[in-house]
Ligand binder design. Structure first.
Ligand SMILES: *Cc1c(COP(=O)(O)O)cnc(C)c1O
Length: 425
């Protein structure tokens, strides 16, 4: 790694005493009370009042039923199963590795999904034997490009499921994506793991992230805007889906006196202790959003004279602030699948240099999610773009995530800005 501490460009800059974190949990006190309640009442496992209350709070906000689960990834898996059941229930009778004549099997079916996202968005498609087809991003929102999705439907008109991720908390063109899905009779799964609390306006009112599509996925993982220490949720459109996911997620027991199973089950229900943490966090969601908004605005202000633009956040919750370096100010750099090299050049920089400089001076940044079509795991899957070169790849090459913790002080943001500034000296 470059020796930033002995680099004249950084003369006088000292590492922060308390590290500026990317995104860390913030506890408020109620979480402890609800956890204690679970402990003292003996409801320590996958039933109890914290689970019921958490589901009430979330469904009150979403205007739809919501099932609390062990993770966001589990919620995506359940959403994929529900959508597949609905879309392919007439294709039963075929023998698949996923069950004899399994009605609703996704086996070998294509599913459109965001390319620029975390792998958890797409892996559950493969759990079900489906084949992810990656749709490129657009520069305006960094999210799935509606034109690329339309091209996808032109190429593969029989696709019935779309998984859309709200990257870094921004909802992008979800309203347009929703109407394209309706036009093609496809279910829309929203991966809102990063976007809780964000909303967009549509003809039919305000759509919160998680209730803008057919199925909405939330995560209470430790680095999300609120946390349960772990956990997730699936927001569903009807009572049938609510009951079905509750059943699947608790090992699919039939309502009989012994362990009777007609369907494949999963151990995906949330614990009442974890639900207590998430329940205690819920009222603080809005203050976390306004704190993260202040961080984003500090960067917007402090970086404006640098060759950097921030990630779009028009309809977002400000979960992560990211920078994108202007093309003509990128230093020479190369990334293999394991490591990165770059040249230190006057007036130029690159994400690897900025992230290493930040780490040296006590700040935790992160690379942009590496696009799914670039992952060795998904190298042979289709990728659809309407541009000459992949937008997602370009954002990965030129972008980086800044420390975005809701507890960052103004002074810490100024230190971070100073480090980034000096990378361009
Ligand atoms: C965090 C995250 C998930 C997974 O959530 P878990 O609760 O960690 O399983 C899924 N998708 C995206 C986009 C995420 O950021």
């Amino acid at each position: 790694m470059h020796d930033f501490l002995n680099d004249k460009r950084f003369a006088g800059v000292k590492p922060l005493k308390s590290k500026a974190l990317l995104s860390s949990p913030t506890m408020h006190g109620e979480e402890w009370e609800y956890m204690k309640e679970a402990y003292q009442s003996g409801w320590m496992t996958t039933a109890g009042s914290n689970i019921e209350k958490l589901e009430e709070l979330v469904s009150g906000y979403m205007g739809r039923r919501a099932v609390a689960l062990s993770s966001g990834t589990a919620a995506i898996h359940m959403a994929v199963k529900l959508a597949a059941e609905k879309a392919y229930s007439s294709s039963s009778g075929v023998s698949t590795p996923f069950g004899k004549g399994a009605g609703g099997s996704l086996y070998r079916k294509r599913v459109f999904c965001s390319d620029l996202t975390f792998a958890a968005t797409v892996n559950p498609i493969v759990y079900e034997g489906g084949e992810p087809v990656f749709i490129d991003s657009e520069y305006d929102s960094w999210n799935m490009a509606p034109e690329a999705l339309e091209k996808g439907f032109a190429l593969f008109p029989d696709v019935r499921i779309v998984v859309f991720a709200h990257l870094y908390g921004n909802m992008g063109q979800i309203v347009k994506i929703r109407s394209i899905c309706r036009e093609h009779n496809a279910a829309l799964i929203e991966d809102a793991a990063e976007a809780l609390g964000a909303a967009v306006s549509a003809d039919d009112g305000k759509l919160p992230a998680g209730a803008a599509g057919d199925y909405g996925v939330l995560s209470f993982n430790g680095n999300k805007i609120i946390t349960g220490s772990a956990g997730g949720m699936l927001v569903v459109p009807d009572e049938y889906s609510y009951k079905k996911v509750k059943k699947w997620s608790t090992q699919s027991r039939e309502d009989v006196p012994w362990y009777e199973h007609e369907e494949l089950g999963y151990n995906y229900r949330i614990s009442n202790v974890v639900a207590g943490v998430a329940r205690g966090q819920w009222p603080h969601l809005w203050e976390h959003i306004s704190q993260k908004k202040a961080v984003y605005e500090a960067y917007q202000d402090g970086l404006q004279d640098l060759p950097i633009t921030l990630n779009p956040m028009e309809n977002g919750n400000y979960w992560l602030s990211c920078g994108l370096i202007k093309e003509d100010r990128m230093s020479v750099t190369a990334r293999s699948s394991r490591s990165a090299v770059y040249q230190v050049e006057k007036g130029k920089s690159c994400p690897s240099e900025i992230l290493e400089a930040l780490a040296t001076f006590g700040c935790e940044g992160r690379p942009i999610w590496k696009p799914m079509h670039m992952q060795p795991l998904y190298r042979s899957n289709s990728f659809i773009t309407v541009e000459k070169a992949a937008v997602s790849t370009d954002i990965f090459n030129r972008g980086f995530c800044l420390p975005s913790d809701n507890k960052l002080t103004f002074r810490q943001t100024q230190h971070i800005i100073e480090v980034v500034r000096r990378c361009f000296r």
